[in-house]
Write a protein that binds this ligand. Structure first.
Ligand code: NIG
Ligand code: FE
Length: 423
């Protein structure tokens, strides 16, 4: 067994996911130590007491550094091919995200690149990103399909994710998002035919994915199913129909809501008992109150308005005031937020969402784990949990949030294995 000792502060985040008012509580052990056996945490406590209790175990001196749980990034679209640097320039010249999407750019242009990529090319581009993400401290990541939009490419994305989950130390939680956009083959009078594509998702695609999963990944729980509920994408009723079918088939649910317009998706998420409702930028007070009374986690994605140079962010204060569960994620994708760094998301949340460092750290660890229904396994430093934690290059945790865009993590410990980041 290994005894990591003499950490200045261990942010244990013990005691489970936190609702708004309790998000400030990091459950810190000062001058702490962690006992690890294989991939699991066995014990946590003050260094002196732990050294007396476990005198024989091999010691690792943490030299008064901060230790916190590995980041959990509960919302990404990390499996894609190509890039959209050109659209970035178009947006800076004044075009909106939705204008570009309606003109055939946006998600559909990444769909074309992802369809054309071989399994190997797609796996390579995704692996490179995931390796950087891991070295930035994310030890569990959610990843969505949704750049295939035909069965063949959606399944290729699933296969890449299953393959990389095996190959790389990072844990990948998979989401199926056939309802990310309407592909060009579903067009009526020159317009995307969301209604027909919705029917196809419900009648053909969801049952096919269910069957495929049971044949190809029977040892894993079913993936999440997610829908882009938005003006110009899936309506509230189409989203409800897709998610209701998914729920009948036994899939757990996620939903993109209120990124650009409020369609009432947050209340739909609560009604359907979705695991999370993500984006939540334009959400109204009534929807916030409804969501706060449910177990559904609100996931703020500050990289997205930042990436789009917009000024409106997820209303964290109102969500915290309503006592909702609030988590943070990167939304890593080629269109709105090519961000591979949860520490930067924490820094953004502190400034643009007015969260404190403890609230943002809670949102990026234990609450993010709840947004993936993984809070029994990861997100905190407690006996029985997976040994996933980060060693910072500082002795005061508030440097997370305070400092930004400069690496603060010296080591990532994943499933009990130590990975130096080179910083
Ligand atoms: O979360 N909103 C939909 N999906 C992504 C953007 C995807 C893309 O532009 O490729 C998002 O912002
Ligand atoms: Fe997204």
């Amino acid at each position: 067994m290994t005894l990591y000792h003499s950490a200045s502060q261990i942010l244990t985040l013990s005691g489970g996911p936190r609702r708004g008012h309790n998000m400030h509580n990091l459950a810190i052990v000062q001058d702490g130590a962690i006992l690890v056996l294989d991939d699991k945490i066995i014990d946590v406590g003050p260094t002196e007491a732990m050294q007396l209790k476990y005198p024989q175990e091999s010691p690792v001196d943490l030299h008064q550094k901060v230790v916190l749980p590995g980041f959990v990034d509960p919302h990404t679209h990390v499996v894609w091919a190509g890039d959209r640097a050109m659209e970035f320039e178009m947006r800076l010249a004044g075009k909106t995200y939705m204008e570009i999407m309606n003109a055939g750019g946006g998600i559909v242009s990444t769909v074309q690149a992802t369809r054309q990529a071989s399994f190997e090319e797609l796996a390579k581009q995704t692996e490179d990103r995931l390796k950087r993400i891991f070295m930035n401290g994310t030890t569990t990541i959610e990843a969505k399909t949704g750049y295939g939009l035909d069965l063949e490419t959606e399944i290729k994305q699933l296969q890449v994710l299953l393959h990389l989950d095996q190959k790389l130390p990072i844990d990948i939680v998979i989401t199926f998002m056939g309802a990310h956009a309407c592909p060009p083959e579903f067009t009526k009078n020159g317009q995307p035919d969301y209604s027909d594509y919705t029917k196809y998702q419900i009648e053909t695609v969801l049952p096919a994915i269910h069957q495929w999963w049971q044949a190809n990944a029977p040892q894993r729980p079913l993936p999440f199913v997610d829908v882009f509920c938005e003006q110009g994408a899936f309506t509230l009723e189409q989203s409800r129909a897709i998610l209701t079918k998914a729920k009948q088939l036994g899939f757990p649910l996620k939903i993109h809501v209120d990124e650009f317009e409020n369609l009432g998706g947050a209340s739909l998420a609560a009604q359907l008992n979705a695991t999370s409702a993500d984006h939540m930028v334009k959400t109204g007070q009534q929807d916030i109150l409804t969501l706060a009374q449910s177990e559904t986690v609100a996931v703020g994605l500050p990289g997205t308005p930042f990436g789009l140079a917009q000024t409106e962010y997820t209303p964290a204060k109102a969500l915290i005031q309503a006592n909702a569960y609030l988590a943070l994620a990167t939304d890593c994708n080629p269109g709105t937020s090519w961000c591979e760094d949860m520490a930067f998301i924490i820094a953004l949340a502190c400034r643009q969402m007015k969260m404190t460092p403890p609230q943002a750290i809670t949102a990026a660890t234990i609450n993010a784990a709840k947004a993936l229904a993984q809070d029994d396994l990861v997100g905190s430093i407690e006996p029985g949990k997976q040994a996933d934690f980060l060693i910072l290059n500082t002795s005061d945790y508030r440097n997370l949030g305070y400092r930004f865009a400069s690496p603060l993590i010296s080591h990532v410990v994943k499933a009990g294995k130590l990975y130096p980041t080179g910083h």
